[in-house]
Every structure is written in structure tokens, then in C-alpha cells.
Design a binder for this molecule. Structure first.
Ligand code: ADQ
Length: 456
């Protein structure tokens, strides 16, 4: 059998960072999925180290090449904090916050994309496979095609692609679409995003064709949905170790203290709907449908994108809400909302998932949402109920969750109530189907499926 072809991954961040003289893998789904693939096939990972002062040299890690891209401090501002996170991120998430369109932000986006493309062009083997990731790098496919017409180029968007009427707002819509059309395969989390992209491409560029195959510049481009997933076995095993089980029962005793636990885990981001779910919990307490002696809400939120103004505002709002709810409803030894604003290790998260009775995942819009899948993977005891927003990509697959509209606060409160009261048999039936789905479609299957499409 022939060895599979080496691949080049192009992503905003590198998969490893230095601690002293050691290299440590960065946590996250993409690294988990693609580092084993790179180790097996060889190739390179092109990305930013996170340090804008040092340029950084290429080095080898576990049999593949790490190729740093330098981004200056001023460029981080324009390319990352501004165009990526103040224009594209809100626009692609249903304009939950008003996207800002500032012409001075476009130039650094183009310049930095070009730098990634050049770095990829320099390391890609002849006729190699290059896989570009996410909304920061949408111009890379066409730039790379100009430099290296021999390579096969794939692009995967981790966030939703917005409907045509929203995408139309973007002053650089043609450039972005033509950037993406430089790829041979353009992948999305859901069919809806794939369809939105194909429609926008037909509307705003010379591309023709169907929702799943476009023709542009006499080339065919495959468009499809490739829902990302998690390392199911890792989470299932991590939550079943004696230490994890001990930690989970300790949490149940310390925080739960005989109460049922509702749990949420998110990056502190306005797309995640943290405030609305807290309002739903408050509504339950207010109307006496539950008492602080019966249940507790744990919100774990890791700080994120703090230089961006909207994130600071949202943090203040959430912390005021937590304070208000606790001020009104907590009792001695029984806090209503436990709020942790910090990152936890994956092992710690596994114990929290295992300790929860109800997992609340209610983003206003989310490409996929891996937390929902991680929770399911940890529940080898077949207990626990998932409450999931219909606006997360994960809702397309995880249909046995209690599906909610996060803007319907009363509806969410009712779903929490139903989840807390769900008979064991019913919860078991649902969890068993959910686990089968996530086990079957794990992150390794995701990477293989995309790479097969690209190699084909
Ligand atoms: P994110 O918006 O970052 O990713 P998500 O899919 O939920 O969202 O992934 C978050 C990851 O961070 C999970 O693995 C989770 O365990 C971890 N995490 C969250 N809070 C944490 C905390 N307090 N401590 C430690 N870890 C924490 C983007 C898109 C998503 C898409 C992913 C992958 O926005 O829709 O699912 O990429 O494609």
C-alpha cells in the first residue's frame, strides 16, 4: 500500500508552544485531529506562534515541520482583533453584534493572508495537499493557487457561513468569495452553510453550478458539509478513570450538596448565549419552579479576545447577572450560580461533565459546538440530559437532545425543568443514541473524510 500523501495545514495558530525547552501541544479540537494525521503522513503546519515580537524559526516536531508566520503587533490589531473579530466574526454569527466595516482593517488582512500563502507555497511538496482553516485565512486559497497551481487546496470554515442577505453587507464580499474559490474543496460544518456559500458565490462572482459543485475560472470546486467532532475515546476514557470519578463525586458533594447540577462550559463570547440562559435559570427561581436547595447552575467561562471591546462589555453584563441572581436567591451554603471565569484542563472538564445532571449548551449561533459532543462522550453511565440550541451546528446531528430556541427564555426554562425531571429510562434512551452518533463520527473520521475528498 502506498503511504498517504503528506499534508500542509495552514491555520491561524501553530499546534505547539514552548515551555522552557519543551514543546507542548496546544489544547483544541484541530490540534487533536490533525497532529496524529501529520505524524503519520509527514508534512507541515503553517501558523502564528502567538508572539508578535519574535519571528521564530521553522523546526521539526514529531516528524513534521512547524513553519511559523510572523505577524507584527500592528498587524495583529488589524488582521486579528479588527477585521477577523470585529467584522467577520459578528457578521458570520447572524450579526448578533453589529459588524464594523473599516477600510483601514482590510489591508492588514490581505497582507497577512498573503504571508500565510507564501509560507505554505514554500513548504508544500510537489502535487501535495494543503488544508487551510477558518475565517482568518479566506484569501489564502486563491493566493496559494497563483503561487502553486500544482497543489490540491482544501478550505474548512469552522464558523457558520451567513445567509446571502447578511453576507452582502461585506464591502469585500467578492474578494472573500474569490479567495475561497481558489480551493478545490470548500467545507462547512452544515449543509445550510454550504448552501449559503454556493448561493453567495453565484450571486456575487462569475461562479456557476449547483450547491455542491461550482465552476469558476474553468475549475470545478466541491462544496459540502463536513461536521467536525471530538476525540470520543479520549473524553470517554478521561471521564472513567478512578481519579475523574472521584473528582466528579467530590464536585457533586461540594457544589451540588444534594442538589441537581446544571452545567455550561463556554469561551466567554457573546455568541454563546450565556446571559440568556442565566435569565432562564433566574426565571425558574423567581416563579418557584425550582429552589436553590434543589438545584445549582455552574457556568465555566474561559476568558477570550479580551482586547475586543464587546467582550469586556459582555463580561460585565454576565457578572452583574450572576451577582443579581446570587444576591436574590442564594442561601447560606447554597449558592445559586457558581461562576468560574478561567480555563480548565481537559481532564478537569471531563470531571465536571461527568458531575452534571443537565448540560446546557445554548449558543445564539455556533458553527458546531464541541462542548455538547464532549459532554456526551463522557457519559458512559448513560445518565445526564443535554439541552441544546437549535442554532448550534451540533443540533443537526444531536437530535436526541432537548432542542431549544435560546431567545425564548420561557421555553428554555421549561426545557431545564423537563431535563431535571426526565425519567431515568428516557434519559438513558436518548443518551445511548447520542453516544452512538458521536462515537461513530469522531474527529478522526472528520479529518479522513475531508482529506479523502481533497485527494480524490
Ligand atoms: P469555539 O467557538 O471556540 O470554536 P467550541 O466548539 O465550543 O467553540 O470549542 C470550545 C473548546 O474549548 C472545547 O473543546 C471546550 O472544551 C474548550 N473550552 C471551552 N471553555 C473552556 C474552559 N473554561 N476551559 C477549558 N476549555 C474550555 C470554533 C467554532 C465552533 C466549532 C469549533 C471547532 O466557533 O462552533 O465547534 O471552532 O470547529
Amino acid at each position: 500500500m502506498r503511504r498517504p500523501r503528506p499534508i500542509v495545514i495552514v491555520a491561524n495558530r501553530l499546534p505547539v508552544h514552548r515551555v522552557g525547552d519543551k514543546l507542548v501541544e496546544n489544547p483544541g479540537g484541530l490540534v487533536t485531529a490533525l497532529v496524529p494525521t501529520l505524524k503519520a503522513r509527514g508534512g507541515a503546519w503553517v501558523g502564528w506562534s502567538g508572539n508578535s515580537r519574535a519571528a521564530g524559526r521553522a523546526f521539526s516536531f514529531e516528524g513534521f515541520r512547524i513553519q511559523p508566520v510572523h505577524i507584527s503587533e500592528a498587524e495583529v490589531e488589524g488582521f486579528y482583533n479588527q477585521l477577523s473579530n470585529r467584522t467577520l466574526w459578528p457578521l458570520y454569527h447572524d450579526a448578533i453584534r453589529t459588524p464594523e466595516f473599516d477600510h483601514s482593517w482590510w489591508r492588514p488582512y490581505v497582507v497577512v493572508n498573503h504571508r500565510y500563502a507564501k509560507a505554505a507555497a514554500a513548504v508544500a511538496p510537489r502535487n501535495g495537499l494543503v488544508w487551510v482553516h477558518d475565517y482568518h485565512l479566506q484569501l489564502v486559497p486563491s493566493m496559494l493557487r497563483m503561487m502553486r497551481p500544482d497543489v490540491a487546496i482544501g478550505f474548512f470554515l469552522h464558523v457558520p457561513f451567513p445567509p446571502e442577505e447578511l453576507f452582502a453587507w461585506l464591502p469585500w464580499r467578492e474578494q472573500i468569495l474569490e479567495g475561497l474559490l481558489g480551493a478545490d474543496v470548500v467545507g462547512f460544518q452544515t449543509q445550510a452553510s454550504a448552501r449559503n456559500f454556493s448561493r453567495a458565490a453565484r450571486e456575487f462572482t462569475r461562479a456557476e453550478g449547483t450547491d455542491s459543485e461550482l465552476e469558476f475560472d474553468r475549475r470545478k470546486i466541491r462544496v459540502g458539509s463536513y461536521p467536525i467532532s471530538i476525540d470520543f475515546d479520549w473524553f470517554a476514557n478521561a471521564a472513567a478513570t478512578p481519579e475523574a470519578l472521584r473528582e466528579a463525586s467530590l464536585l457533586r458533594r461540594r457544589i451540588g450538596a444534594g442538589r441537581k447540577i446544571l452545567l455550561s462550559v463556554d469561551r466567554l463570547d457573546y455568541t454563546k448565549g450565556i446571559d440568556l440562559r442565566l435569565l432562564a435559570f433566574e426565571a425558574m427561581l423567581k416563579s418557584k419552579r425550582t429552589k436553590v436547595t434543589d438545584c445549582v447552575f455552574i457556568q465555566i467561562a474561559s476568558p477570550s479576545r479580551e482586547p475586543v471591546h464587546e467582550y469586556g462589555q459582555m463580561r460585565v453584563r454576565i457578572e452583574q447577572l450572576v451577582g443579581r441572581i446570587n444576591g436574590e436567591f442564594s442561601e447560606p451554603g447554597r449558592v445559586a450560580v457558581h461562576y468560574f471565569r478561567r480555563g480548565f484542563t481537559r481532564e478537569q472538564l471531563a470531571s465536571y461533565y461527568r458531575a452534571a445532571d443537565v448540560m446546557v449548551v445554548t449558543p445564539l449561533r455556533d458553527g458546531m459546538n464541541l462542548v455538547a459532543k464532549e459532554f456526551v462522550a463522557t457519559r458512559s453511565d448513560y445518565t445526564g440530559v443535554l439541552v441544546l440550541s437549535e442554532f448550534a451546528g451540533a443540533a443537526r446531528e444531536l437530535r436526541q437532545a432537548l432542542i431549544v430556541n435560546p431567545r425564548n427564555i420561557e421555553g428554555m426554562a421549561q426545557a431545564f425543568e423537563a431535563a431535571l425531571a426526565m425519567p431515568k429510562r428516557e434519559a438513558r434512551r436518548r443518551m445511548s443514541i447520542l453516544r452512538t452518533i458521536v462515537r461513530r463520527h469522531d474527529v478522526f473520521e472528520w479529518a479522513d473524510t475531508f482529506l479523502e475528498a481533497l485527494a480524490g
